[in-house]
Design a protein around this ligand. Sequence first.
Ligand SMILES: Nc1ncnc2c1ncn2[C@@H]1O[C@H](COP(=O)(O)OP(=O)(O)OP(=O)(O)O)[C@@H](O)[C@H]1O
Ligand SMILES: [Mg+2]
Length: 418
Amino acid sequence: MEGHSLVLPHRFGRYTLFDFIGRGGMAEIYLARVKTDSGASRLAVIKLILLEYAGNKTFADQLAFEAKLAARLDHPNVVQVFDLGREADRLYIAMDYIEGIDLATLLRQCSARGIALPANFATTFVVEVLKGLDHAHRRSDDDGKPLGIVHRDVSPSNVLVSLEGEVKLCDFGIAHANQVVTAHALGDALVGKAGYMSPEHARGESVDARADVFAAGVILWELLSGKRMYRKSETTSLIERAKTGDVPPFDAAHLPDFERIRGIVGKALAANRDDRYATSALLQKDLESWGRASRMMGSQLRLGEWLTETFGTEYIEKRRERARRIRELEDDSRMATLAQLAEEDRASRRTVPDVPSGPLLEIIESLSLPQSQVETMPLALPARVKAPAPTDGNPMVILLAAAVVTLFALGILAFFAR
Ligand SMILES: Nc1ncnc2c1ncn2[C@@H]1O[C@H](COP(=O)(O)OP(=O)(O)OP(=O)(O)O)[C@@H](O)[C@H]1O
Ligand SMILES: [Mg+2]
């Protein structure tokens, strides 16, 4: 994993970033503590957009637009986005922290350890993702007008699962912000995801909810057959394969009621979107009914138990390490005082507005303000505040004291000289 660009802990606004989680195609992910309005604090994830993207105004505006839509989503299968702002010249999104693992890492870990993901959990993953998608696709504005939200990047690295077995989809609309920037269109970040793109998306045509149905279908195909669906060859790239929608045969005859599940997967992956499931809910319904009838539907509880049994030690260790860092941060009250003093000093010198904070909708309005509104204030301060040395103090007071002592000594000398 590549390194991160911030010195930790790092503070901005009401967030204290204290741990680096990972890096994707267009952002760095940090674990942070956030102070709530009531004064309490909780964990959050800060997605810090890389400079080359955040510096592009079209991208920034589009991201703000998408984040505004994403913030309207409120569903157990969607990672909640609650803030968007600018830190110096960097753009960030704040969202809920999911203590667990993403599906891409889970699959990599499974293959490294020679473990197969049980088929019943494969069904659970996709059913839960479809519930989140359906919520987003049907979301409307306050007047009941559909918002037309499409995820556009439903892929294993954007599917998170907590150690309690809750499956959550993250990064709604972020791929779209990337796509509208022509310079970055089909750049590295996007090409990596071509393996989950519907043919119409790969061809650069307009997309609707059915593109997400196709992507969920690819995940289903891959989880049930235990391999990647589209593979690049020496002559054909992933994006070229995706454009044709030429899906390889679904090779999972070991599954119960195979013809039925093959029909479901085939309909989710129809190259022509008119032949596809029209909604996520319809695919979910068929998949769930196959899963129930053939006892291929794992419970969330069991999924959580399986994750903890299989990856438990590693993640419990990670969790302990994180908890230790948080304690360090909180125990060091003097460091907090220093940070507070520095903040007050900074505020008294500030001539530009502070970084936006508060409800997302207001923040977004302010995003077209010039960049670099706030100085970053790294909290990489000395861990302990030095006790004042005896020589510390006001020089005038020291001079006066020295003069008094000298006069006193001269007086004593004069007395004995007599
Ligand atoms: N809310 C979250 N809670 C916990 N971990 C998260 C959260 N969001 C992201 N992560 C972790 O950070 C990793 C990097 O996320 P990021 O979205 O930047 O990259 P990516 O999904 O791998 O690629 P892409 O840039 O294409 O989205 C994720 O794979 C996931 O493991
Ligand atoms: Mg992501």
